[in-house]
Design a protein around this ligand. Structure first.
Ligand SMILES: NC(=O)C1=CN([C@@H]2O[C@H](COP(=O)(O)OP(=O)(O)OC[C@H]3O[C@@H](n4cnc5c(N)ncnc54)[C@H](OP(=O)(O)O)[C@@H]3O)[C@@H](O)[C@H]2O)[C@@H](O)CC1
Ligand SMILES: [K+]
Length: 504
C-alpha cells in the first residue's frame, strides 16, 4: 500500500470527486459513515461523546459524525470555533446538524468545557490540512483535552500532527485511536508519534485506486495481500538443492544460542541446507540443538577466526553472537571479496563495521544489514528525530548500495534506489533476546531460495512479524521468546499453503 503526502492526498480527494464522480459533500458523508460504522462497534452509547470541530473539512467530518451518531442514540455534545473562514462542506454539515443538537461555539478560554471522566472526545479539529503549528485557542483546547480523563479518537489524524513532516511544536492531541481515511500516513509509523497516533485503523472510503497507483511515492506499507502474493509455491519435483545453501557464521563462547536460533529459523523459513561455521566450543551445542545442520569447525576454541570454503553456498549470514575483535574485521573483509554471494549481516558484524567504517566501502552490492536502532546509531550517527533518521537510513542505503533493515515497530526496509517500505506485522513481545537472530535466519533462507535481496528483506520482515503475532496469539505478548517466533514461521507457511490451494 502506498503512503502518500498530504499534497497527494488532497489531489486524490479532488480526482475522486471529479472522476467518480461524487460531490465533495457526499464524499464527506461517505467518510463519516465509514467512521461511524467503526465507532459504534467499538464504543457503547452510554458514554458522553464530545466532538470538537475545526474550520475545515476535518471539522465538516466531525459535524457529519455528530449527526450520524445522534441518529443512533448517542449523546453528543458538539463544539466549533469562531473563524472567519469555514469550508463549504463544514457550513453544509453545520446547517444539517443545527436542526438536531445545540452546537457550542468556543470564542475564548472561558468557553472551554470541562469533560466528564470516562467521556469520549472525537477530534475533528485539524486533519490533513494542518498547515502550521497550532496556537491560540486551538492550543488551549488541545492542552485541556490532553489533561482530561477521556478516551480520545482522532478523525483522520490527530490535531497537531502533520501527515508527512515533523512537528517540533509540543501542542498535539494525544489520542487512543486514529481512524484514518484510505491510506496510512507516514507520521503514524514513527515511535516519536506513538502518543499522537494510538491504535490506528484505516477506513476505505473509496478514493480512486488507479490515481493512487499513478502516484509516485518512495514509501509503502507492506500488508498481508502483498506479502503473501510474492511467496513462491514449491514444485512437486523439487529437491533440497532447489532451495539453496546457507552458511551461517555465528556464535562465540557463551553466545552459541544466537547461532542455534538463526539456523533453526533458517530451516523453518525453507532453506534447503544450512551449514554452520562454528568455533570449537560450539560443536556439541549446534549438533545437538539442530541435527539437521552440518558443521565446519574453526581452529579457534572460542570465536570464529577464519573463513571456510564458501564456494557452493549462495547465501552467507554473519554476525549473530559474534566476538567483535580485530579477527572479525579481517573476516568481514574476506567475506566481502566474494561479490557473487547473497549476504546478511547482523549484530556483532554490524558493530565490527561501526568500528571499521572503511569496510563499508567494500560491501558487496545489495548486502542486507539488519541493525536495531542502537546499531544503526553506531553505524550512521545520531539523528534529532525519526523523520531525519528515516532520511539518514535512505542516504546510508544509497551511499553504500546496501539494503538497510532498521528493526523496530514498523521495521523499515530501505533500498539503494531510495524506496522504503514499512512493515505492518509484529508486536512489542518481539522485543526479546534472540528475535533479531531469528530474523537473520529467515532473511537468509529467503535469499537462498532465490528471492531477490529486496524481496527477501521485505518478505522476511513481514514473515518474522507475522510469526511473532502468531506467537502472541498463543502465549501473550510479554511471554514470547525467540523460539516461539520460530514456531510461528510454520503458521505463515500453513496460511500460505491454504491461500495457494484456494487460489488454484
Ligand atoms: N482527503 C480526503 O480524501 C477526504 C478528506 N476528508 C477530510 O478533510 C480533511 C482535510 O480537510 P481540509 O483540507 O479542509 O483541512 P483541515 O485539516 O480540516 O484544516 C484546514 C483548516 O484549518 C486551518 N488551519 C490549518 N492549520 C491551522 C493552524 N495551525 N491553526 C489554525 N488554523 C489552521 C486552515 O486554515 P488556513 O491554513 O487555510 O489558514 C483551514 O481552515 C481530512 O483530514 C479529512 O478529515 C473527508 O471529508 C473526505 C475525504
Ligand atoms: K483530527
Amino acid at each position: 500500500m502506498k503512503i502518500l503526502s498530504a499534497d497527494q492526498i488532497r489531489a486524490l480527494d479532488a480526482y475522486t470527486i471529479k472522476n467518480e464522480p461524487i460531490t465533495s459533500i457526499d464524499l464527506m458523508e461517505r467518510a463519516s459513515v465509514t467512521f461511524v460504522n467503526w465507532f459504534i462497534k467499538r464504543f457503547k452509547p452510554h458514554r458522553e461523546v464530545y466532538i470538537f470541530c475545526g474550520p475545515g473539512n476535518n471539522g465538516g467530518d466531525g459535524l457529519a459524525v455528530g449527526r450520524l451518531l445522534t441518529h443512533v442514540q448517542y449523546s453528543v455534545k458538539v463544539f466549533i470555533f469562531s473563524s472567519d473562514r469555514y469550508s463549504k462542506d463544514f457550513d453544509i454539515n453545520l446547517k444539517r446538524l443545527e436542526k438536531l443538537v445545540t452546537i457550542t461555539k468556543i470564542n475564548s478560554k472561558e468557553d472551554i468545557p470541562i469533560l466528564s471522566i470516562g467521556g469520549i472526545v472525537i477530534d475533528a479539529i485539524f486533519g490533513s490540512g494542518l498547515s502550521r503549528p497550532v496556537g491560540g485557542l486551538y492550543a488551549d483546547i488541545i492542552k485541556s483535552i490532553n489533561d482530561s480523563k477521556v478516551t480520545r479518537v482522532a478523525i483522520d489524524i490527530a490535531s497537531g500532527l502533520f501527515c508527512d513532516a515533523n512537528n517540533e511544536d509540543p501542542v498535539k492531541l494525544k489520542v487512543d485511536y486514529t481512524f484514518t481515511f484510505q491510506l496510512p500516513k507516514l507520521s503514524f509509523l514513527f515511535p516519536q508519534n506513538e502518543d499522537y497516533t494510538g491504535c490506528w485503523v484505516i477506513g476505505d472510503i473509496g478514493l480512486n485506486k488507479s490515481f493512487i497507483e499513478s502516484q509516485s511515492s518512495a514509501f509503502t506499507y507492506v500488508e498481508e495481500e502483498e506479502a503473501f502474493s510474492v511467496v513462491k509455491p514449491r514444485s512437486k519435483f523439487s529437491h533440497k538443492g532447489d532451495y539453496g545453501k546457507v552458511l551461517i557464521m555465528a556464535g562465540s563462547y557463551g553466545m552459541m544460542g544466537a547461532a542455534v536460533l538463526s539456523g533453526k529459523s533458517c530451516y523453518r523459513a525453507g532453506a534447503g541446507l544450512v551449514k554452520f561455521h562454528s568455533p570449537r566450543c560450539g560443536v556439541q551445542i549446534l549438533q545437538s540443538s539442530l541435527p539437521e545442520a552440518i558443521l565446519s569447525v574453526d581452529p579457534e576454541e572460542n570465536f570464529i577466526s577464519s573463513l571456510p570454503d564458501i564456494s557452493g553456498f549462495n547465501t552467507v549470514a554473519a554476525g549473530p553472537g559474534w566476538y567483535e575483535g580485530a579477527e572479525s574485521a579481517f573476516l568481514l573483509q574476506q567475506i566481502f571479496e566474494n561479490k557473487n554471494i547473497n549476504l546478511v549481516l547482523d549484530a556483532g558484524a554490524l558493530n565490527v563495521l561501526s568500528k571499521n567504517k572503511e569496510l563499508l566501502n567494500a560491501l558487496p552490492q545489495n548486502t542486507i544489514l539488519t541493525p536495531h536502532p542502537g546499531e544503526f546509531k553506531r553505524l550512521a550517527g545520531e539523528f534529532s528525530n525519526d523523520y531525519s533518521r528515516l532520511e539518514g537510513l535512505r542516504k546510508f542505503s544509497q551511499r553504500y548500495k546496501c539494503i538497510m533493515v532498521l528493526k523496530g515497530a514498523n521495521t523499515m526496509v530501505a533500498l539503494p534506489d531510495g524506496n522504503v517500505s514499512f512493515n505492518s506485522t509484529g508486536n512489542p513481545g518481539m522485543a526479546t533476546a534472540g528475535s533479531g537472530d531469528v530474523l537473520t535466519g529467515i532473511i537468509a533462507a529467503l535469499l537462498a531460495q532465490g528471492y531477490s535481496p529486496a524481496m527477501a528483506s521485505k518478505l522476511g520482515v513481514y514473515l518474522h512479524g507475522y510469526a511473532g503475532d502468531r506467537a502472541a496469539s498463543k502465549s501473550g505478548t510479554a511471554s514470547i521468546i525467540a523460539e516461539d517466533i520460530i514456531d510461528g514461521v510454520k503458521d505463515f507457511y500453513l496460511e500460505f499453503d491454504k491461500k495457494y490451494s484456494a487460489s488454484l
